[in-house]
Design a binder for this molecule. Sequence first.
Ligand SMILES: Nc1ncnc2c1ncn2[C@@H]1O[C@H](COP(=O)(O)OP(=O)(O)OP(=O)(O)O)[C@@H](O)[C@H]1O
Ligand SMILES: [Mg+2]
Length: 254
Amino acid sequence: MGRAILILSGKGGTGKTTMSTSLALALAQMGRSVLIFDGDVGLRCCDLLMGMEDLIVYDAGDVLEGRCTLTEAATAHPKCGRLRLLSAPQMATPGDVSKKAVSSLIEEAKASYDYIFIDCPAGVGRGLKNVWQAADDAILVATPDDASLRAAERVSSLLFERRQLHASLLLNRIDRFLIHVKEEKRPGIIAAQLDLPLIGGIPESYDVYRGILMHKTALECDCGSVRRAVRRVAKRLDGKDIPFPHFYKAQNQF
Ligand SMILES: Nc1ncnc2c1ncn2[C@@H]1O[C@H](COP(=O)(O)OP(=O)(O)OP(=O)(O)O)[C@@H](O)[C@H]1O
Ligand SMILES: [Mg+2]
């Protein structure tokens, strides 16, 4: 039975889609079968970030309305067949989708895949509530600025309400130099403040944005430290004990 992992955030634009697509590809390259479930109904973009926009025939709406099966709608990644994408319906709103039907679709996917990454819209609205019930894990993606962290705090308190959901924090766009000059908090301190275990940190890099312009995931971008950081997170998700870089730590942590 696979694990369904929500990728969510408080504030928009923290890097949820960048992380969902990159972590999914990293795990698929490690030999796992992975489905990306684009949960951003009406605003989908996983297909664009993965260079798959011309390959999508059916989406989750077609499965929910019985026009095709999950297997027919789950489109294989052109370079890695173990990774598949189930696109969100583009012409619908989150309110058009039945929570119960989406939950059964995710449950059905768990029987065929090791991991299902659910790329959620930002915040705690209907879009998140549609997919919430079927999830086993949640990764809260935040950036180290106070506006993102304040919004992350709201989501983190919501995560505590569902005790059985295994939640963790992924800090994106961290800047080692700014941490060194003490203008940015260390990831370990932020995780302690949000009371969430840290699953990893991804460096800020111009190459991530350049990759997106070319419809490539962060795992395929030109920045080696981003690619290594993504792989470390994927391995931790897969149960491996991967140490954190030293500069992440507050004193006496980890
Ligand atoms: N580590 C990074 N370094 C530099 N830029 C990044 C990094 N991660 C993401 N970005 C950029 O941030 C922008 C937003 O990323 P993304 O679309 O993944 O966010 P999101 O959380 O999915 O947004 P939304 O809330 O709208 O769904 C993109 O332009 C992306 O290239
Ligand atoms: Mg997104």
